[in-house]
Design a protein around this ligand. Sequence first.
Ligand code: ADP
Length: 344
Amino acid sequence: MSTHEIMSQTAVQARYDCLFRMTSDGLITLDAEGYIDRMNPAAAAMLRVTPEECLGKKPTELFPQNHRLLNLLTLHDEITSDVRLPEQRLAVGFGMTFPDGGRMVVLQDVTERRDLDSRREALGRTIAHDLRNPVSALDGFADLVAKFGEVNDQQQRFLTRIRQTSRKLYDLLETLVDLAWIEAGMPLQHVPVQLSKIINNVVDELTSFARVRRVSIAVSTQDPMPVVMGDPLRLQQVVYHLLHNAILYSREEQTVAIHSWQDAEQVFCSVADQGIGIMPGELEKIFDRMYRSNDDYVRNLPGGGLGLTMARTIVLRHGGKIWVESTYGEGSIFTFVLPLAEAL
Ligand code: ADP
């Protein structure tokens, strides 16, 4: 081995040591006989132990009551599992065995995230119960008025307006809360995502809507489609809003095309329609919260003006960009771009 190679291996080792000490994820390694041979400060802090008292010992001796942690540390499979930590904290653990028989376990403290998730769910339930129910009651009572007596044409029009508005409010509430959470920095998942799979899911989801509106969908994705890192459900929401809009703002017998491709660093996805298009003065505004075009065609269609705000917020949170090109009366192309997984 040349001096240069020895030096660079030492340098690599120094960097790994630094990463091992500094990362906030807990890392524990075991030798082929199942004895703990390294534990970083984050793991020690999470488990309320010191590395010194654990090194050279077997996990069964140290954590006899913590079965999930024991499984992670002692089984030979690749395992992901929740692990209870002292003081009612919670970690997600991942364990894998290397070909030489050694094992590594990574622990990520997710207590705050779980708290946030459960608070979000609780708020979601409150919204559903305390706001959605009264709103649907409004709708129901508007129906009843017409059933219990004569209403003239003008009153009928007002009742229809009440019904339409309450239904719109009903749908908006959930999206608004969801958006507020994402904007507040709710943690997103960070896992490998196949964009083509997401596109296919959304196309399946919207096929019957497209049929009702007599619009066709054309899909073209690069094969194999590159992987991006992100939150699959959130990215699916982005594609959903873009495709839903493209169908909604197309005219009968038109086609919307969804296309995705990559260059050296990024993955692109575009949704193009031949529909109503967007006036130049509105191009900047349509991504704003609750902005809807003044166009009569748009005003007569249902919508709360939150879909694009949501799409932009999610794309930005993934380190990407989203934009639109449009010619009024001829159609629009919405494109978003995300960094390639390899480039992260
Ligand atoms: P919504 O569609 O519910 O009104 P969005 O935030 O998704 O809300 O869109 C905001 C506005 O942008 C729409 O009301 C419409 O005026 C315009 N818009 C979005 N997508 C398109 C499209 N594909 N073609 C024409 N206009 C669009």
